[in-house]
Design a protein around this ligand. Structure first.
Ligand code: 5GP
Length: 343
């Protein structure tokens, strides 16, 4: 047994130090980024915020509302016909990931839809991205579709980022083991990695190879999204922050015909396993939970808070573009990241 004594940080352990600068006006901060992908070779331009492929959040309506310029990873439970119709629209192909897991039926569905519609981006998603089998599954997508943009994960350490970029031939690696709002992996298994350090270390490894990373999980406020970008994330994926909006699917709690709250659950919670996998198998523990999220209205209002937060942060540190935010960032370690008097 070994102990790594280097301190590892989470969003709440740091703040971004403000800097004297010729601060750009918030309105003029450039939020769009342009990436050329390592293995697929595609070029993408937009605001690199991604709706998570959870069945409540990764919906057609979410993609319609936020993209372009933002991205959505669709959940993997839409039927083939609906996906074909959806991906036949050019704007959707540019801003939406088709999601698959590890099983053959999901890969076959991708192949079938791709024959009839223009799928350009795929998210290959597994709770545990550390297995050899997972790397092989990512590589299978690459071999079948050499120019596809492939987002693959989740992992939280540089060794596996490199493995997925090199052996899996992924373009973007999704980072996060255990930080999610409805994730219980850390409680159930004791496994995880503090998310801010995971982003810093994985971004460094990916950028050294000209690959990219997507920070996934643990953002509760716009300031956390800012910290994820400041730590080097090329994309930031959001689940819980986008739950409860008009664009979500699922079970709403209603009061006199009005939406009050949404049932929001982890994709490996008992709820999700009952719904999609015919219940929990004996050998498998649940690694997610369910909560009620208050109704929040249109998602664009929340997105405006997020982009507003990023713009202000850039102005505080003197970055004229989101691209420059991480270069302009000095994190300071803190014990009290937010005031708590009225929390
Ligand atoms: P959030 O933005 O809600 O903090 O995190 C969203 C991320 O949590 C998702 O993109 C996914 O990676 C992760 N996630 C979703 N459902 C589950 C689950 O049931 N278990 C675990 N371990 N992670 C989950």
């Amino acid at each position: 047994m070994r102990i790594d004594n280097d301190p590892k940080l989470d969003f709440d352990d740091v703040l971004i130090r403000p800097k004297r600068s010729e601060a750009p006006s918030r309105a003029s901060v450039e939020l769009e980024r342009e990436y050329r992908f390592l293995n697929g070779g595609g070029v993408w331009k937009g605001v690199p915020i991604v709706a998570a492929n959870m069945d409540t959040v990764g919906t057609f309506a979410m993609s319609e509302a936020i993209g372009p310029p933002m991205l959505t990873c669709l959940h993997k439970y839409y039927p083939e016909d609906a996906l074909v119709d959806f991906f036949r629209e050019e704007a959707h192909s540019d801003s939406t990931f088709f999601t698959i897991g590890l099983n053959d039926a999901e890969f076959d569905k991708l192949v079938a839809v791709k024959k009839k519609a223009d799928v350009r981006m795929v998210c290959v998603d597994a709770a545990n991205g550390y297995t050899k089998f997972f790397v092989e599954r990512v590589k299978r997508v690459r071999d079948a579709f050499p120019t596809m943009t492939i987002l693959a994960g989740n992992v939280a350490t540089p060794d596996m980022v490199q493995e997925l970029l090199i052996s899996g031939a992924a373009d973007v690696v999704k980072i996060g083991i255990g930080p999610g709002s409805v994730c219980t992996t850390r409680r159930t298994t004791g496994v995880g990695y503090p998310q801010l350090s995971a982003i810093i270390e994985c971004a460094d490894a990916a950028h050294g190879l000209r690959g990219h990373v997507c920070a996934d999980g643990g953002c509760r406020f716009p300031g956390d999204v800012v910290k994820a970008f400041a730590a080097g994330a090329d994309f930031v994926m959001l689940g819980g922050m986008l739950a409860g909006h008009d664009e979500c699917e699922g079970e709403w709690v209603m009061d006199e015909g009005r939406r009050v709250a949404l049932r929001f659950y982890g994709m490996s919670s008992q709820e999700a396993l009952d719904k999609y996998a015919g219940g929990r198998r004996d050998y498998r523990a649940c690694e997610g939970r369910a909560v009620s999220v208050p109704y929040k209205g249109p998602v664009l209002d929340t997105m405006q808070e997020v982009t507003g937060g990023i713009r202000s942060a850039c102005a505080y540190v003197g970055a004229t573009r989101l691209k420059d935010l991480s270069k302009c960032t000095t994190f300071v370690i803190c014990q009290r990241p937010h005031g708590s008097m009225f929390a």
